[in-house]
Design a protein around this ligand. Sequence first.
Ligand code: SF4
Length: 157
Amino acid sequence: MIIVSSCLAGMKVRYNGTACLDETIQKLLDNNQAVAVCPELLGGFSTPREPAEMVGGDGDAVLDGTAKVIDRLGNDVTGMYIQGAYEALEQARRVEATIVVLKENSPSCGSSMIYNGTFTGLKIPGQGVTSALLRRSGIEVISEEQLASRLKELDSL
Ligand code: SF4
């Protein structure tokens, strides 16, 4: 089973109430090969919500307690991001997920790029809180940008 970010499955769960449907992910869902998860909703957020970015490091640093997740109003929402990450991990374990495909750039779901904490649209290398926790737990995390090539690799095994 594959876990995917809910927003990539077309669900309007992003901070601004939009989705970003990925057609390959739609096919996986249609074929019952994927389950959609939104770590931020699992962490207790609703939609719409203030955007948030990590300050002081990426998801690894947040898990280590050396960085925080701050929303655009300046509220410290670190605890909800960590909670959402653990809930997503629980779901991944429950369905015995082999791969998790998460939305790039998100402070929860980013797997190789994140925003730099200044709310200016600038990105830096790094991963979100959920991606970091899943990887620490031995689960493969990729972005939607890597999905097509990863599926080809799996087909050729
Ligand atoms: Fe999409 Fe992940 Fe953000 Fe939820 S937390 S809206 S699944 S990127």
